[in-house]
Design a protein around this ligand. Sequence first.
Ligand SMILES: [Fe+2]
Length: 295
Amino acid sequence: MFTEAQLYSPVTQGADGDVMVHLSDEHPGVHDPEYRTRRNAIAALALDYRPGGPVPQIDYTEEEQGVWRIVSAELARKRERYASREVIEAAERLGLPGDHIPQLDEVTSKLFPRTGFRYAPAAGLVPLREFFGSFSERIFHSTQYIRHHSAPLYTPEPDAVHEILGHANQLASPRFAAIYETVGAAVNRLTTDRALKFLADVFWFSMEFGVVREHGEIRCYGAGLLSSFGEIEEFREATLRPLDIREMGTAVYDITHYQPILYCAESIAEIEDVVGGFFTTVDDEVVAELTGQPV
Ligand SMILES: [Fe+2]
């Protein structure tokens, strides 16, 4: 998922237990009653989930499977052309299906033997501390709904395509999975919301929107880019800056548009050193020092 709350459709549960997903007026599925009923039902299943219990199985419709087939094929082609070698090889080893939406259990069965990560259901936004914190146990919270069939290559909110084709393909790399785990441990050391936001922003500009130079070409490794049909082509137009934790943690950005500024590493090893190194050592004092503001 993305950790930016405004990207998610709010999910509420009434006193009668009815679960409702509130789609924005611009959402392609907002005027489709069947889609809305479906979204409510999928969110309700995630809300009923208890850790350790069975992961909800979604009986995806043929229409939904069709959306997956289209976007999965398109992103596979683009991944080959624009993604970092580290991700391409991880995705090949993971072997996610292109002909159907994998259940979260299926994702786990492929991912766990590679890097020990398991997928757990999320109805929508998971609180930052819980979302990042669960990385320390190698758990990834994932939504299960899929975008509306009228626009298979577009979604205003993170859906199964983002969670699985973006994050799982990235998490299949032991090097990236190790960085996620350090994020989980870091969150448990941070006590202030400001420090947590700083960490979330560094995560945004690395594991969601990070790019890396490979053989003179800019390639992406961030899950947000890997799962965006449009942005995966456009990121080469962005202004590139070298990795700089202070800048990444304090940059002001608009999450609803393509990112105009991206942070480019010179190698995966540099991501591990600079970004991974930050996650490994960060605490409230480190953030206070970087931002020049007291804890
Ligand atoms: Fe995400």
